[in-house]
Design a protein around this ligand. Structure first.
Ligand SMILES: Nc1ncnc2c1ncn2[C@@H]1O[C@H](COP(=O)(O)OP(=O)(O)O)[C@@H](O)[C@H]1O
Ligand SMILES: [Mg+2]
Length: 310
C-alpha cells in the first residue's frame, strides 16, 4: 500500500507475527533469548534509576507478590506477618500496596482514619501488635471505586510508604497488588527491599504468572526468599480424603527447583482460613495451635532466618 510515498505493510491474518516482525527488522533481527532480554531490561532500568530508599525507621522490607490475583497474597502476607511477630521480638508492619483493592482493613479489622503526627506523617493503625497502612484507611467509603491512572497510583503508594511514621518497626511486609507491571517495578526499584515471597496456587496459569514475578525480581536484583504454594490441598471434612483442587501436581515446588529458589511450603485450601480473614481475625490469631498456624510459623521462621543472613 502506498500512502504519501511511504510504504506501509499491513499485518493481515495470513501474515504470522514472526514473519511480520522479520519483515520489520530484516536480517538484523536478533534471535529472542530470555537471557539477552533480561540483560537488556537490566541495562535500560539501571539508567537514571532513582536511588532505592529505606523506609525511615524500618530495618527490613519484604514483598509478598504473586503475578496472578486471588491466589492468596494478602491472606499469606497477614498470616506470615503475625507468625513472624509471634516467634520473635521484632515489631512487624504491613503496607497494603494494593491501591485499587486493599484487603488489609477487613483482614486486620481496622477501619479508622489514621492520625497525623507533628511531622505530618500518618500514624499507622494497629491490631494484633501489627502496624498497618492501607489506601483503604484513606478513602471515604470502602465501596467507592478508585479510578486513577498509573502515575497517581504510584504517587499514592509513595505517600503510603514514606508518609507513614514506621519508626520502631523492624520489618515491613508489603502486600503487593496482582501483576508484574509498572507499579511492581516502581516498588521494586525505589524501595530498599531485602527479599520477596512469591505466592501461587498449583494451577498452571497461576504458576506461569509466578514465574514472571520471580523473573521480574531477578531482573531488579531482589532476592526471592521463596515460594509459597497456597490452596495446595483440600481435606474433605466428611470423608477425610485429600484433593488437590488446583491441580494434582507439584507445579510450585518444581518451579522452585528449576529456578533455584527455596520452596517455603504448602498452605491447604481451608474454608476456616477464608472465614477468619473475612472476620478480621486471621487464622494465626483465631487458631494459634492449629496445624495451619504451625505451617505459617515455619514459613515465618524461614523468612526471619533469611533476613538475619543478609
Ligand atoms: N489457603 C486458603 N484457604 C481458603 N481460602 C483462602 C486461602 N488463601 C486465600 N483464601 C481466600 O481466597 C481469596 C483470595 O485471597 P487473597 O488473599 O485476597 O488473594 P490476593 O491477595 O492474591 O488477591 C480470599 O477470599 C481469601 O479469603
Ligand atoms: Mg490482595
Amino acid at each position: 500500500m502506498l500512502t504519501n510515498n511511504v510504504s506501509v505493510r499491513v499485518l493481515t491474518k495470513s501474515m504470522p507475527l514472526a514473519s511480520f516482525s522479520k519483515s520489520l527488522c530484516g536480517s538484523a533481527a536478533r534471535q529472542y533469548s530470555s537471557d539477552a532480554e533480561n540483560e537488556r531490561r537490566k541495562t535500560i532500568m539501571a539508567r537514571g534509576l532513582p536511588k532505592r530508599r529505606e523506609l525511615q525507621g524500618v530495618s527490613d522490607i519484604v514483598l509478598v507478590a504473586s503475578g496472578k490475583g486471588g491466589v492468596g497474597k494478602s491472606t499469606t502476607a497477614v498470616n506470615l506477618a503475625l507468625a513472624m511477630a509471634n516467634q520473635s521480638t521484632k515489631s512487624i508492619g504491613i503496607l497494603d500496596a494494593d491501591i485499587y483493592g486493599p484487603s488489609i482493613p477487613i483482614m486486620m479489622n481496622l477501619f479508622d482514619q489514621p492520625f497525623v503526627d507533628e511531622t505530618g506523617k500518618m500514624i499507622p493503625l494497629s491490631n494484633y501488635d501489627i502496624k498497618c497502612m492501607s489506601m483503604g484507611f484513606l478513602i471515604r467509603k470502602s465501596d467507592d471505586a478508585l479510578v486513577w491512572r498509573g502515575p497517581m497510583v504510584m504517587g499514592a503508594l509513595e505517600k503510603l510508604a514514606h508518609g507513614t511514621n514506621w519508626v520502631g518497626t523492624d520489618i515491613v511486609v508489603i502486600d503487593m497488588p496482582p501483576g508484574t507491571g509498572d507499579i511492581h517495578l516502581s516498588v521494586a526499584q525505589t524501595l530498599a527491599v531485602k527479599g520477596a515471597i512469591v505466592v501461587s496456587t498449583p494451577q498452571k496459569i497461576a504458576v506461569a504468572d509466578a514465574i514472571k514475578a520471580v523473573s521480574m525480581f531477578k531482573s531488579v536484583n531482589i532476592p526471592v526468599i521463596g515460594c509459597v504454594e497456597n490452596m495446595g490441598t483440600f481435606s474433605c471434612p466428611n470423608c477425610k480424603s485429600e484433593t488437590r483442587v488446583f491441580g494434582d501436581n507439584n507445579n510450585v515446588k518444581s518451579i522452585t527447583t528449576d529456578l533455584g529458589i527455596p520452596f517455603l511450603g504448602t498452605i491447604p485450601l481451608e474454608p476456616e482460613i477464608m472465614r477468619c480473614s473475612d472476620a478480621g481475625t486471621p487464622v494465626v490469631i483465631a487458631h494459634p495451635n492449629s496445624i495451619t498456624t504451625k505451617l505459617y510459623s515455619k514459613m515465618g521462621e524461614s523468612i526471619l532466618n533469611f533476613l538475619q543472613s543478609v
